[in-house]
Design a protein around this ligand. Structure first.
Ligand code: BG6
Length: 468
């Protein structure tokens, strides 16, 4: 294929993402301020990677100045991370701020401003306080929605205006899907009703935070970060196409529609009623969702999802699961990232962009995460010790190209953010898969080293051009 060059518009963000829990470490944390992920890691040592896990993580909380300098070296225009709810408050019921932790954010914000890199903050990237899961059952409870709003209020009182792009959640569907829909994690309970209740309360929480921010008159925007999976049917046969539409309805539209259109899809509501999943929702809550829609969305896009019509009938007594309507399908000969087991298909970004343009009023959006996790990257070091991650450069180039092409074709796409800025702790496998533009040498006091991809990223920013 002959080479093509595409321009990167001046206002297009070239950023990278992370989260508080995956980078900051527990240093200085007081007892009782655990997130549910901390509790899981404390109990389940097998999820640590060679003894490395979230206790120190990348030690960002102590080394943020060094890391901000590296962000500059890698050419980032924007950096997205989260504030850890479980740490920001010392008393979740009364909204008492932990001054030490809050002071660290004051300093981080000031440092990023000084270096000219815009910080975008998410209020929840899986950092639900463990005690709220124990006491109230987590997001199944309306009380937790109120406590989250109190937390948001305290965060905004301190930082609104200094940070002007806020996000309510990162991938709000993920936890309850693993925990209650697929029963893959403790408490191993298949419960579609709880799954939908968590979905609804997170949608409601987003609307309430949007309302709060607007009513206070703070400058800037409130968005949310979703992970809709671009879903392709196995074939154009009607039963496969229907399976894809069903997957899309249950896993994508359940968050996209309320956040952007202000309503649940009527088909979803009817199907949940048909299967007797009667979640607790009031007319007043639906009104809030209708009225307070997000200003922008971040979309995390890693791989395509492929489905086919289900090949077996469900027993009428079996509890309802959306898989009643579809089965997963693996495309023969697909390109794979074998480390992570994910299919690689860069056009998912273009397809998602066109969907947002056509079905969601072309709301402003950006690629909030795209990236490639690789095991044992140290084997790719050159004589100077720099990881030669040409595979990552090729991955970013192809995905960035699809983003820019979509923008040229009218998508309201504001930018591209790589997951991740540095290697960090994955909730699933600690430091096993490395995603960063910057290597964290764990055995060498967590020394940072720019990978080859960081220099390449910087060149894209300087030249404002991409060739592939
Ligand atoms: C995204 C999450 O889904 O994928 C991140 O927002 C996560 O928190 C990233 O780390 C990569 O997935 P994983 O499981 O390989 O860490």
């Amino acid at each position: 294929m002959s080479k093509v060059t595409i321009n990167i518009p001046d206002d297009f963000m070239l950023g990278a993402a992370a989260s508080a829990w995956q980078t900051e470490g527990w240093s200085g944390k007081k007892d009782g301020q655990d997130s549910w992920l901390d509790a899981w890691y404390k109990n389940d040592r097998h999820v640590w990677h060679n003894g490395y896990g979230p206790a120190v993580a990348t030690d960002f909380i102590n080394r943020y100045k060094e890391d901000v300098a590296l962000m500059k070296a890698a050419g980032l225009t924007h950096y997205r991370t989260s504030i850890n709810w479980s740490r920001f408050l010392t008393d979740y019921e009364n909204g008492v701020v932990d001054e030490e932790y809050a002071g660290y954010y004051d300093a981080l914000i000031a440092e990023m401003q000084a270096q000219g890199i815009e910080l975008m903050l998410c209020l929840e990237h899986y950092e639900l306080p463990a005690v709220l899961l124990e006491q109230y059952g987590g997001w199944g409870s309306k009380r937790v929605v109120e406590l989250y709003l109190l937390y948001a209020e305290k965060v905004f009182e301190r930082y609104a205006g200094k940070v002007t792009r806020w996000f309510t959640f990162n991938e709000p569907i993920v936890v309850q899907t693993r925990v209650y829909l697929d029963a893959l994690r403790w408490p191993y309970e298949q419960n579609t009703l709880k799954w939908m209740q968590w979905n609804h309360h997170k949608n409601l929480a987003t609307a309430k935070v949007v309302k709060l921010y607007r009513e206070k008159g703070y400058p800037g925007t409130v968005g949310t970060i979703l992970n809709p999976e671009v879903t392709y049917p196995r074939s154009s046969a009607p039963h496969d196409v229907k399976a894809a539409a069903m997957y899309d309805l249950f896993y994508n539209r359940v968050f996209l529609d309320p956040a952007i259109k202000g309503e649940y899809p009527a088909e979803l509501v009817a199907l949940l009623a048909k299967h007797q999943v009667s979640w607790d929702v009031s007319a007043e809550e639906l009104q809030l969702i209708a009225e307070y829609r997000v200003d922008e969305v971040g979309i995390n896009l890693y791989y395509p999802h492929r489905v086919k019509a289900p090949s077996r009938a469900w027993h009428p007594e079996t509890p309802f699961h959306p898989a009643y309507y579809y089965e997963h399908f693996e495309l023969p000969g697909r390109r794979m990232n074998k480390s992570r087991g994910w299919e690689i298909q860069p056009t998912i970004i273009y397809d998602m962009a066109m969907r947002i343009k056509n079905d969601y009023g072309n709301i402003p959006w950006f690629v909030a995460e795209s990236g490639m996790g690789i095991e044992d990257e140290a084997q790719f070091k050159n004589a100077e010790g720099q990881i030669q991650d040409d595979y990552r450069i090729a991955f970013i180039a192809e995905h960035l190209y699809q983003t820019l092409r979509a923008r040229e074709d009218g998508a309201n796409c504001l930018g591209y953010m790589l997951w991740a800025f540095t290697d960090n702790v994955s909730p699933m496998n600690a430091f096993k898969n490395r995603y960063g533009l910057v290597e964290i040498e764990l055995e060498n006091d967590r020394q940072r080293r720019l990978k080859k991809s960081a220099h390449w990223y910087r060149q894209r920013r300087d030249s404002r051009q991409l060739t592939l």
